[in-house]
Write a protein that binds this ligand. Structure first.
Ligand code: CO
Ligand code: CO
Ligand code: CO
Length: 308
């Protein structure tokens, strides 16, 4: 076993031969959007993301379904499954099976298996002083989903959020493998700071984040200031705030955005400084327009995150 339960990472990795390691992950959740087809796509993009975050190529998947058969029409489930299937097809992944149970609350997700060369596995660890951090999708999705549930968001914003959540991290993952990348993770439920904290813990280094370079959906700021901050953001803050120092430029609203739980968020890529400009350029040339260098690894053994 190369990556297992002894440390938090995106997926488990098991070496099969000297050339092949298997990556396994599973993810499922309750609907984040009203439309069942789009929910299926988002759930699949989210489940696949942990394979990409390890640097791997997903190959097979299995559906996990909890369905309230008495309250809901089966056509809802058909649309969810179709959304998931279409996203798998886009990723070049084959659905090989699945399992469904009856439940009071609808839940959908997938287990995904992927492959990688054992020496190319990207974990959350191995940060090195001087490395730069690149984020590939903007923050604020959790806040915007909360506003959508509150009936506050217009059609255009709902479409933007949905498009971002259904966007595969595949392109970013394929591109980064050509650069001197030392570590990677995807930004999901713990928010940007929660996931950076996992990278910093036991690394013997610290991270400095540049608040003015972190990509944020502009509407997220407005909605956060109106109080549409998901409960998870406060839990993330409580859990990790001892590791974080905020500079005077970082107001409370922006702090909430940095702790905002993301659904199917972007990759956070830790790359050698020399490779960062080329990687960023290539990401942008491939339409990952929000990509930005958002921070750097610094030689402070305190394992802190400073946001300036
Ligand atoms: Co992950
Ligand atoms: Co996951
Ligand atoms: Co990883």
């Amino acid at each position: 076993m190369l990556v297992g339960l002894d440390r938090a990472d995106d997926a488990g990795v098991y070496k099969i031969t000297d050339d092949i390691a298997m990556i396994q992950t599973v993810d499922f959740f309750t609907p984040v959007v009203d439309d069942p087809y789009w929910f299926g796509q988002i759930a699949a993009a989210n489940a696949l993301s942990d394979i990409y975050a390890m640097g791997g190529i997903p190959k097979t998947a299995m559906n996990l379904v909890a369905f309230p058969r008495k309250q809901m029409d089966l056509s809802v489930l058909r649309h969810i499954i179709q959304g998931g299937l279409d996203k798998l097809k886009e990723a070049g992944v084959v659905l090989v099976g699945g399992h469904s149970v009856e439940d009071n609350e609808l839940k959908y997700g997938l287990s995904v298996t992927g492959f990688i060369h054992p020496e190319q596995v990207l974990t959350k660890k191995s940060l090195q002083t001087g490395n730069l951090l690149i984020l590939t999708k903007p923050l604020g999705i959790g806040i915007i989903n909360t506003a959508i549930k509150g009936g506050m968001a217009g059609r255009e914003l709902i479409d933007t959020a949905t498009r971002l959540m259904t966007e595969l991290n595949r392109t970013a993952a394929e591109i980064m493998m050509d650069y001197p990348v030392h570590a990677c993770t995807d930004i999901t439920g713990f928010g940007l700071l929660g996931h950076v904290a996992e990278m910093v813990a036991d690394s013997g280094t610290s991270v400095q984040l540049f608040s003015d370079r972190i990509p944020v959906l502009p509407e997220a700021r407005n909605f956060a200031s109106m109080g549409f901050v998901p409960g998870g953001a406060y839990e993330n803050r409580k859990f990790r705030q001892a590791m974080v120092d905020f500079g005077p430029a970082v107001d409370r609203i922006f702090q909430d955005i940095l702790f905002d739980p993301q659904t199917s968020g972007g990759l956070l890529i830790c790359v050698e400084e020399s490779g960062a400009p080329g990687l960023l350029d290539t990401l942008k040339k491939n339409s990952l327009n929000y990509s930005a260098i958002i921070g750097e690894v610094v030689s402070d053994p305190c394992e802190k995150i400073t946001v300036i």
